[in-house]
Design a protein around this ligand. Sequence first.
Ligand SMILES: Cc1ncc(COP(=O)(O)O)c(C=O)c1O
Length: 383
Amino acid sequence: MTKDEFETLLIRGAFDVDPTVGALTPPIYQTVTYKQFELGVEQKFDYSRSANPTRAVLERRFALLEEGKFGFAFASGMAAITSLIYLFGSGDEILVPSDLYGGTLRVLDAQFKNFGVTWRIADTTDIPSLERAFSPNTKAIILETPTNPILRVSDIAEVSRVAHAHGAIVITDNTFLTPYFQRPLTFGADIVVHSATKYIGGHNDALAGLVVVSDEELAERILMIQKSIGGVLSPFDSYLLLRGLKTLALRMDRETASALAIAKHLSQHSGVDRVYYPGLESDPGYELNSRQASGAGGLLSFDLGEKYDIKKFVSSLEFFTLAESLGSVESMACHPATMSHASLSPEIRASMGISDRLIRLAVGLEGLPSLINDLDRAFEAAK
Ligand SMILES: Cc1ncc(COP(=O)(O)O)c(C=O)c1O
């Protein structure tokens, strides 16, 4: 799909006008149930846990954007991921990268272990080592590329090839790059999942999850799980996501351009030991990311130099708000060692490459000079 086609789908995909009154904006169908017009005749909409017209527009539009066939909207990214793990049963094993999103690891470890679904860490950035990690029980790999907060890049096509050769499926969490930059299904992944709370909604006002697949049988199973468990997205939040999607391309372009400028600025700063951003030519993930994605996104991390006080640094930031999320119009900073990854031991964090001096930035839409000045002021204050 070309950039032009994608940008048109963001605005026009899967919805022309509402047939009842000609509304250009998909109406919020704030209804639970629907009149049954004829006894025994199945209708598209009968109860909103199964299907809702506002959610259906979002699900169809998002499936088109990921170049898949079937979309599913959930009440959060975790509701989406949890629903997907219900595809597996006792005795099944899932491989995950060491720096998988902590919430996904928690639901695997704290909840699904009780049902006999096990997980194991595998290096998805190293194909020969990944190949050796498979066991006869391995049924899936959960992939994130790039990962967060170290921004490691994995080869989606190679991981999919290896997984399929072992009879396993690939679930790719595409939260960080979104289908605007990267479409995992086109590289052979079987399922795409999102915390749509982040870039898809884009405005820090709705929790949401999205799933897309192309395989009809998989879609039927996910549909059954979605309506059985019921972690569905509300009509109002579906509307908010459709609204956020309209500016996805504009936001991603601007946030990525600012992130690259900030990454370059930090790379030249004497107060920074290392920058992690696959949009920098010097980054180990640059070449692979450029092959499978058309942009590197708005997330970057860096190690603050030893002579700077990290507490003073983060508390001096004005426009990079210290907060857990990312992907919104507001820029945010995160200190993984005390925030997103605080529950892990220092040894495990170190093995994941997360030092106590690592800071992750999620670049928003504020003016670039304001953001760069904000960082420079924090360096001064933390000296
Ligand atoms: C990569 C990734 N996947 C899933 C989730 C969970 O999404 P949510 O917070 O919408 O439940 C997050 C949340 O930060 C995330 O970063």
